[in-house]
Design a protein around this ligand. Sequence first.
Ligand SMILES: Nc1ncnc2c1ncn2[C@@H]1O[C@H](COP(=O)(O)OP(=O)(O)OP(=O)(O)O)[C@@H](O)[C@H]1O
Ligand SMILES: [Mg+2]
Length: 248
Amino acid sequence: MSSNTLKLQNINKHYGKYKHALCNFTYEFTNGIYGLLGPNGAGKSTLMNIITDNLLPDKDGGKILWNSEETRLLKDKFRSRLGFMPQQQNLYESMSAHSFLNYIAALKCLDRTYAEREIPAIVERVELSDSIDKKMGGFSGGMKQRVLIATALLGDPDLIILDEPTAGLDPKQRVIIRNMVSDLGKDKIIIISTHIVSDIETIAKEILFIKEGHLIDSGTIPTLVEKVENAEKSLENLYMQYYGEVQK
Ligand SMILES: Nc1ncnc2c1ncn2[C@@H]1O[C@H](COP(=O)(O)OP(=O)(O)OP(=O)(O)O)[C@@H](O)[C@H]1O
Ligand SMILES: [Mg+2]
């Protein structure tokens, strides 16, 4: 079993002169599931896009280390270990799920024979085996999200980053995705962003609370819930305490 570390050191990101979207964000991740919690505009996508090298931090805006080496220097060696599901994505609705996954596998430069073996196994994992040859235009929201999760699993990555994989889904579909993520394996670093506490509270090893670009609290759920004041000690109440509302 491989053990990996991802270290974020003082990551800063401004959009324009005045919008400081990430402020000295520092954290160390080891194998396991992490929940990145925060409301709209907190900085979750900015952080994920920077980790995955889809967005540059500020000049001198910190370092990201993958197993002690800077991701900026590792380039493809890091990218090949990474599976990313960005927040805003379109599917090619006239393509079948199978063709789409083949296409993404090719973009990831995965060996064709390997991809042909791997795709059916991933599709089974995201419970889409019955629909693999159907056009994605007819898929429900939950099925589409699961195809996008499947793209993040191609190539057996060691670091999986899912930006709001449950966005727009009903509670039943959210549970399916939660169970799926929980089964992805303990020998990887998995980071999931959401503003829905129940998506991650039973599966995450640690939770990170992000607010206006700052990491305002983090840790295991038992240590976090101890900080709830004047209410039942639940993660949802801590979310209320930090953000003043619960988003459903
Ligand atoms: N390209 C951009 N230009 C200017 N400001 C931006 C840009 N992208 C994001 N922002 C701002 O940076 C802040 C963080 O945005 P970000 O998208 O990272 O938040 P988020 O936590 O992912 O929110 P959501 O839950 O809505 O996806 C917000 O105030 C947002 O308006
Ligand atoms: Mg976002």
